[in-house]
Write a protein that binds this ligand. Structure first.
Ligand code: ZN
Length: 142
């Protein structure tokens, strides 16, 4: 069956969603969590590993931490961008304070850093806080 592979951000089940349904609020067939949330949800390193290796739709991750001022400024902007891009790309967040091994593994030196993956490949990365318009312009479209 044709369709875009999307890893559930909650239970890690890989779903196949027809291309023309991506904008219709698709839900996970296993746990019913939204596959295209309108806000950037927090994910774990395990989900990140699976989704970045699997997903056909661009996965854009904001690596942040609660102690980082620019990260906190960017948070609401990133959420707005997630809403605008729902159906085209998935924007999610990883807390690098809670998950400290992630930064070293991915070679992240400063936060906030955004990294975009698609089909198992890193497409691009960018450090520094951005506004919603800049984020939307930066994100690759599936
Ligand atoms: Zn699920």
């Amino acid at each position: 069956m044709a369709g875009k592979k999307l890893t559930c951000l909650k239970c890690a089940q890989v779903n196949r969603v027809p291309f023309d349904k991506l904008g219709d609020g698709p839900k996970c067939g296993s746990c019913a969590a939204p596959l295209m949330p309108s806000k950037a949800v927090e994910i774990t390193p395990a989900i990140l590993t699976k989704a970045s290796a699997t997903d056909d739709v661009p996965l854009v991750v904001d690596f942040w931490a609660p102690w980082c001022g620019p990260c906190k400024m960017m948070g609401p902007e990133f959420d707005k961008a997630a809403g605008q891009l729902a159906g085209k790309a998935r924007l999610v967040k990883v807390n690098t304070q809670t998950h400290q091994s992630v930064s070293g593994k991915l070679g992240i030196r400063g936060i906030p850093t955004m990294i975009a993956w698609q089909n198992g490949r890193e497409l691009k990365r960018q450090s520094g806080a951005m506004k919603v318009g800049q984020i939307v312009g930066w994100v690759p479209r599936g």
